[in-house]
Design a protein around this ligand. Structure first.
Ligand SMILES: [Fe+2]
Ligand SMILES: [Fe+2]
Length: 466
C-alpha cells in the first residue's frame, strides 16, 4: 500500500474563501505508523456526516480547543470545535492545541482509538526524531559551558569592584575604623547571583595582585569548592550560610592590614629568618584579634588565625608556632590549600604566575607535610588536574580551555577547542567531552599567558561554544 503524496489539502474555508492549506502526506488509518505525526484528521465514518448531538458533545469533550472544518447549510467553515452544532458535516479536525498532542503523535494505542471512533483518513508528516540521550547530554553541556562564559564575564566585573572594596577594608582597618558594610554588600551580590563558581575560574585567567585580589580569589575558590564538597560528602556546614563562609574566606588575611606597607608591598622576597618575615608572619594573630573584636564566628576567627599552620608544625612556613595541627578545623585546612593555590597562580612582585595544572602538581607533592591528605583529596576531586579555565593541548594538536571537571573522572574534563592543530584561531568553539570521546586525550597543559599573552580572560569571555 503506497502513500499518496499531496501538496496540501484545502481543509478550511470561510464564506467560500480558502483560508488554510494543511500540508502533509495523505494516509488512511491502516497506513498510520509510529514514525508519523498527524497534522489533520480528514476522513470520517458516516456518523460525522451529519453529527448528532451526542457526537457533538463527545467531540467537544475530546478535542477541546481544536479547530474543525465543517459544512453547514452547504457552506464550508473553519470553527473551533466548541462552536460545532448538531447537523454539521465534519470535514476535518486540525490545529490541535498543545494539550491535545497525544491525539497527533501516532502510537499503537492511538491507532486503535482512531479506528474504533471512525477516523479514517489523515494528513501526516514524519515525526521529528527525538534527540538521543547522547545528543541531549551534549546540548546540556554546551548550554552549561556558554552559561559559565556569561557568568565569568559578569564575575570579572564584580571581582574588580570587590578588589577595590577589599582595599578599602584594609585602609579602614589601618585607621582602626572597621567598616564591613561594603564588603558585605559584595558578598550579598555574589551569593544572590551565584557567582562564586565563575569567579573561582578568574584566578587562573587574569592574575590577581598579591593582597586584595588575592583575598577575593581565595574567597571565591573557597566558596565554590566548599559548597561543592558539602554537596558531595554531606559534611555539615559550620557556617550560618553561604554569605558567612564567603565573608570568612575574604577576610582570612585581614590581619595583613596591621603589617607595615613597606613590608606588605615589598617587591623583593624576604629571607626566611629575617625580621620582616617575622613581622609578616604575625598577620594571622592580628587577623584573629580584629575578627574577635568584630564578634565574628569561631570558624571565621580560626580561618584567619590558623590558615598558615601546616601538618608538620615544625617547618618554618608553619605559624603561629604554638598551635597544634589537631586544633586546625577542617574548613581552615581547606582554605590553607586554597591560599597556597591562589598565591602560586596569582601575580606576585617577586615571582611569575603559575598555570593552575602546574600548581596542582606542586601542591600535591606537599601533601602530608604541609596539607592534610583527606582534605586535599576532596579539593582535588573538585579542581581536577586541570582546573576549569586551564589551557590544554589535545592529542590532535588543538588547544582549548577546560570548561568542566566531572566528578567521576576529574582527569577527563570537557574542553572547548579555540585553536586548531594548524595554529588557526576558531570562531566557533566545539565542546569535546573527554568522558565520552575516549580517543581524545590531553597531552599537555600550557601556560595561558604564554599562549594568549594578557588576553586569556578576553579569549575566554568571547568563547562561542557549539
Ligand atoms: Fe595569610
Ligand atoms: Fe592569604
Amino acid at each position: 500500500m503506497s502513500h499518496e503524496k499531496t501538496k496540501g489539502q484545502q481543509v478550511a474555508t470561510t464564506k467560500g474563501q480558502q483560508v488554510k492549506k494543511i500540508k502533509g502526506l495523505r494516509v488512511t488509518v491502516l497506513q498510520l505508523d509510529k514514525t508519523m505525526q498527524i497534522e489533520a484528521y480528514t476522513g470520517f465514518s458516516k456518523k460525522y456526516k451529519p453529527v448528532s448531538e451526542i457526537v457533538v458533545k463527545w467531540l467537544q469533550l475530546n478535542f477541546k480547543g481544536t479547530r474543525a472544518t465543517i459544512q453547514r447549510s452547504g457552506q464550508r467553515q473553519s470553527i473551533v470545535i466548541e462552536k460545532m452544532e448538531p447537523g454539521d458535516d465534519l470535514l476535518a479536525l486540525h490545529s490541535f492545541p498543545l494539550s491535545k498532542k497525544h491525539l497527533t503523535i501516532v502510537t499503537e494505542g492511538l491507532i486503535k482509538d482512531l479506528k474504533r471512533n471512525g477516523f479514517l483518513q489523515f494528513l501526516v508528516h514524519p515525526r521529528r526524531r527525538a534527540l538521543s540521550q547522547k545528543q541531549q547530554q551534549k546540548q546540556a553541556a554546551v548550554h552549561e559551558a556558554n552559561q559559565l562564559v556569561k557568568k565569568v564575564k559578569e564575575g570579572a566585573v564584580v571581582r574588580e569592584g570587590a578588589t577595590s572594596t577589599m582595599e578599602q577594608v584594609f585602609e579602614d582597618t589601618r585607621r582602626n575604623k572597621v567598616a564591613l558594610a561594603e564588603i558585605e554588600g559584595t558578598v550579598e551580590h555574589i551569593a544572590l547571583h551565584s557567582l562564586s563558581d565563575a569567579m573561582s575560574v578568574l584566578a587562573g585567567l587574569k592574575k590577581s595582585d598579591q593582597t586584595y585580589g588575592h583575598c577575593i580569589d581565595v574567597g571565591a575558590i573557597f566558596q565554590s569548592a566548599y559548597s561543592r564538597i558539602l554537596q558531595r560528602t554531606k559534611r555539615p556546614n559550620v557556617f550560618r550560610d553561604e554569605k558567612q563562609s564567603l565573608l570568612s574566606a575574604f577576610l582570612h588575611d585581614v590581619g595583613k592590614a596591621k603589617i607595615p606597607r613597606e613590608i606588605l608591598d615589598s617587591r623583593t622576597p624576604f629571607a626566611n629568618d629575617s625580621k620582616e618575615m617575622q613581622i609578616m608572619r604575625s598577620h594571622p594573630v592580628h587577623g584573629a584579634k580584629l575578627l574577635s573584636k568584630m564578634d565574628m564566628s569561631v570558624h571565621t576567627i580560626k580561618m584567619a588565625h590558623y590558615h598558615h599552620v601546616k601538618v608538620d608544625t615544625t617547618i618554618i612556613s608553619s605559624y603561629p608556632k604554638e598551635v597544634s595541627y589537631a586544633d586546625v578545623p577542617w574548613e581552615t585546612r581547606l582554605i590553607s590549600i586554597i591560599d597556597s593555590y591562589q598565591a602560586l597562580v596569582g601575580r606576585r612582585s617577586y615571582k611569575k604566575p603559575w598555570p593552575p595544572p602546574a600548581t596542582i602538581r606542586y601542591l600535591e607533592a606537599m601533601i602530608g607535610m604541609e596539607y592534610d591528605e583527606a582534605v586535599w583529596l576532596e579539593f582535588y576531586q573538585i579542581m581536577g588536574p586541570y582546573p576549569v579555565g586551564s589551557v590544554v593541548k589535545l592529542n590532535d594538536g588543538s588547544l582549548g580551555f577546560v570548561m568542566h571537571v566531572p566528578d567521576t573522572e576529574p582527569d577527563r574534563p570537557r574542553v572547548t577547542v579555540v585553536r586548531n592543530a594548524k595554529g588557526e584561531d576558531l570562531t566557533l568553539h566545539p565542546l569535546i567531552d573527554l568522558q565520552t570521546e575516549r580517543d581524545v586525550s590531553i597531552i599537555a597543559d600550557l601556560d595561558n599567558e604564554a599562549v594568549f599573552g594578557k588576553k586569556s580572560l578576553d579569549v575566554f569571555t568571547n568563547l562561542r561554544i557549539s
